[in-house]
Design a protein around this ligand. Structure first.
Ligand SMILES: [Zn+2]
Length: 297
């Protein structure tokens, strides 16, 4: 556990007083390299303007689909549990999507990995009452400034309230709202901090960004990702999935076994042969995807 220091508390009060603009300041790079891509800035703008759709899945679990990473929501008398926390600028949209499910408080947040489109809401979700749980490398990457070459972007360390207070290495089990959650770390794949979250009773499996459903994946070579690791994780997901399992990808629509198999086949085979026309219109273009593949070969 992280002990709350008085400095942390006063910083929180400062952030709360300043509102969203202050909270978003840590995402602004201190030095703008000449080749700075606009991708992250575009994502921040898109998230500010994108509504978040709520889709009920099975038992007491829903998925929220917006501009950033897909969020699983588990509800019940223990309060809400979220898997991932969107891009920071989506806060008003995420708040209303959560309120549309019910008025229960936020109690637990799990990060599937450290990226800004999955941890952007960490600070305010924590402020609202949730503890944060993640792989130890998620806390490591969020604890300092991190340059991501593939995005040409320097992410500044967020306020300490945004850091996971509980971390694990390989496996972790959590019980909440009559559900058992089995968390498992992947060998380095999309990053070195990726985990899956399996809601056992509902048989709903959140893959984080080891699986993008009908979009090309970004592979973050700067924090441990690789094409070999992406393929290994895709194989692990295919080995795990059953016919009745509902699969929540990091990005894209909710899917199942056939989608995981297609993704695995595309990662293993010549990229793009069958899929450029359909998958190439998303967040990561065919050219960028092929570039990230060859960077790792
Ligand atoms: Zn990611």
């Amino acid at each position: 556990m992280i002990t709350k220091s008085s400095a942390e508390i006063s910083r929180r009060q400062f952030v709360a007083a300043g509102g969203l603009c202050m909270a978003a300041a840590w995402l602004t790079p201190s030095v703008l390299p000449a080749q700075q891509d606009t991708l992250v800035k575009d994502a921040l703008r898109e998230a500010a303007n994108s509504k978040i759709a709520v889709q009920s899945l099975r038992r007491n679990i829903s998925v929220l689909i917006g501009a950033g990473g897909n969020i699983a929501v588990l509800t019940g008398s223990d309060g809400k549990l979220l898997v991932d926390a969107e891009i920071i600028t989506s806060r008003p949209h995420l708040s209303s999507a959560l309120a549309s499910i019910n008025a229960d408080p936020l109690k637990q947040l799990i990060n599937t990995h450290w990226h800004f489109d999955h941890t952007g809401g960490n600070e305010w979700v924590h402020e609202a009452g949730a503890s944060i749980l993640a792989h130890e490398n998620t806390r490591k990457h969020l604890s300092k400034n991190t340059w991501v070459e593939g995005w040409h972007y320097n992410f500044l360390a967020p306020p300490s309230g945004a850091l996971p207070s509980t971390v694990f290495q390989e496996k972790h089990t959590l019980k909440m709202n009559d559900s058992t959650l089995a968390l498992e770390h992947y060998q380095p794949a999309h990053t070195d901090s990726d985990i899956s979250v399996h809601f056992l009773e509902a048989d709903i499996f959140h893959t984080g960004d080891t699986f993008w459903n009908r979009n090309y994946p970004f592979i973050d070579y700067s924090t441990g990702g690789s094409i070999d690791g992406t393929i290994r994780a895709a194989e692990a997901n295919v080995a795990k999935v059953t016919d009745k399992m509902i699969v929540i990808p990091g990005h894209g629509v909710v899917g199942g076994k056939a989608d995981l198999i297609l993704f695995r086949d595309v990662m293993v085979a010549k990229p793009g042969a069958r899929t450029d026309a359909e998958w190439g219109n998303g967040f990561w273009t065919p050219a960028k995807f092929v570039g990230s593949v060859y960077q790792g070969v």
